[in-house]
Each structure stands twice: as structure tokens, then as C-alpha cells.
Design a protein around this ligand. Structure first.
Ligand SMILES: *Cc1c(COP(=O)(O)O)cnc(C)c1O
Length: 233
């Protein structure tokens, strides 16, 4: 069986391959190791392999792990759906939140971010496939949300995040990711005079990582391919 370090190394090599294939700068894509529903010890093991950034979906679980692993220099990324009564804990613990889709949540995160910490980096989750059941801001509402959120002081708007509908055809995967990239480019162009520069595209999971990197992903979020099937229920 492949060791955890081997798996991380394999995915790291896959990312480098995809970067090269897309003629992108080497190491322009970060691997976010999604550790939800895996015990803290597994994160400690991955850390020993050199992994530093970890993604969690559930607030309570992230807090418990952050406490258990407080001796490590981990950067926590919150990637789950966030309710307003849980924003304080996230603002105090995470370095990034990928799933902001409402002004109310962003405002609370900004107000609750401790001032001794750097601004919280956030991405806006975009409902790109316009599925009624999915979370994320719809494309039409995005410019207004960006304008409002840019004014907040203790968070830094970094870019967009998507979880597209599962799609096995790689050219169709690319189409969706290209749409997100163009959205981001337009936001940057339209808001350049206000000093806005979005530099992050959080897109790509195990099945569509290559397509996402080809279209400009800067963070890919990978869980199962690193840690195997999830344990904690
Ligand atoms: C769970 C999750 C992932 C990782 O999914 P895997 O299938 O385990 O690789 C990535 N992004 C988000 C938002 C997730 O919730």
C-alpha cells in the first residue's frame, strides 16, 4: 500500500505535470489537503510529509483539530457551508474561508476577525451551474457582492471558488472552469480603479483537477485521493 507521503508526492507531481501542460509557472497551484472526517493524527502524519494547508468543512471539527494540533504551523482553510452563528470561531481559527456567498457572513467575519491576526482571506463561492439546490452566489449577483465586500477591513477578498456539477468529459469540465476564470478577469478589469486584484481561483477536485489547472486554478482541493475514504461520521 502507498504511504501517505507517497500519495501526497504523487498528487504534487500530477499538479506539476498539469502546470507544465498548461504552460503555467511551476508551483503556481497550491494543494489544499481536505481532511474532513479524518482524525487529527492523520493530519499530523501529512504535516510530517511536508503538507501545511488543510481544508475542513465542519466548524466544530476544525476547532477540535486546531486545538489538538496547536503545536503545528498549520494553515486552516474553511470550505464548508457557514452559518452566521458560527462565524466567530472561524474568524478566530482559519486563515481562509472559501465558501462566502452572502454579505452578512462576510461582514460578521470581518467584524469578528481578531485584529492581531492578518486579514482573513476569503473566496466567494459561485453557483456556476445555477443549480437551485446548491449554495453559492449566482453570477448576476456577483458584482454587487464584490463591491460590498471589498469595503470590509479585516477580510481580504482573494477570488472565486466553485464546486461544479460532476462531469466526466474533460472539455466540458474546462468550459465551466473557463467561465469562472473569465468572470474573475472581468471583475478585476471592472474594479481595477478601486484597487481590487483577485488572485485566487479555488477550483478542481480529484476528478477534474487537470481541467481546473488548465483554466487557471490556483488552489485545488483534494481529499479522498490523499487520505482515502472518510472515517469519522
Ligand atoms: C470534500 C470536499 C473536497 C474533497 O473531496 P474529495 O472527493 O474527498 O477529494 C473538496 N472540496 C470541497 C468543498 C469538499 O467539501
Amino acid at each position: 500500500m502507498k504511504s501517505l507521503c507517497d500519495k501526497l508526492q504523487t498528487i504534487g507531481a500530477d499538479i506539476l505535470d498539469s502546470e507544465k501542460h498548461a504552460q503555467r509557472k511551476q508551483n503556481s497551484v497550491q494543494l489544499l489537503a481536505v481532511s474532513k472526517r479524518h482524525p487529527a493524527q492523520v493530519i499530523r502524519d501529512a504535516y510530517a510529509c511536508g503538507q501545511r494547508i488543510f481544508g475542513e468543512n465542519y466548524v466544530q471539527e476544525m476547532l477540535e483539530k486546531a486545538e489538538a494540533l496547536a503545536d503545528l504551523d498549520i494553515e486552516w482553510h474553511f470550505i464548508g457551508s457557514l452559518q452566521s452563528n458560527k462565524t466567530r470561531a472561524v474568524a478566530e481559527t482559519a486563515s481562509w474561508v472559501h465558501t462566502v456567498d452572502r454579505f452578512k457572513i462576510a461582514k460578521r467575519l470581518s467584524e469578528q476577525r481578531p485584529t492581531h491576526l492578518p486579514p482573513l482571506s476569503i473566496c466567494l463561492q459561485v453557483n456556476i451551474s445555477a443549480e437551485a439546490s446548491k449554495s453559492g452566489v449566482c453570477v448576476e449577483d456577483l458584482p454587487k457582492l464584490v463591491a460590498e465586500i471589498s469595503k470590509l477591513t479585516n477580510i481580504r477578498l482573494r477570488g472565486l471558488m466553485v464546486i461544479p456539477k460532476a462531469e466526466s468529459d474533460s472539455s466540458r469540465q474546462r468550459k465551466v472552469f473557463a467561465k469562472v476564470r473569465k468572470l474573475q478577469e472581468k471583475l478585476n478589469t471592472d474594479n481595477a480603479s478601486q484597487g481590487l486584484l483577485l488572485d485566487t481561483l479555488s477550483m478542481g477536485m480529484s476528478g477534474d483537477m487537470h481541467a481546473a489547472i488548465a483554466e487557471g486554478a490556483t488552489i485545488v482541493r483534494i481529499g479522498t485521493a490523499i487520505f482515502g475514504a472518510r472515517e469519522i461520521s
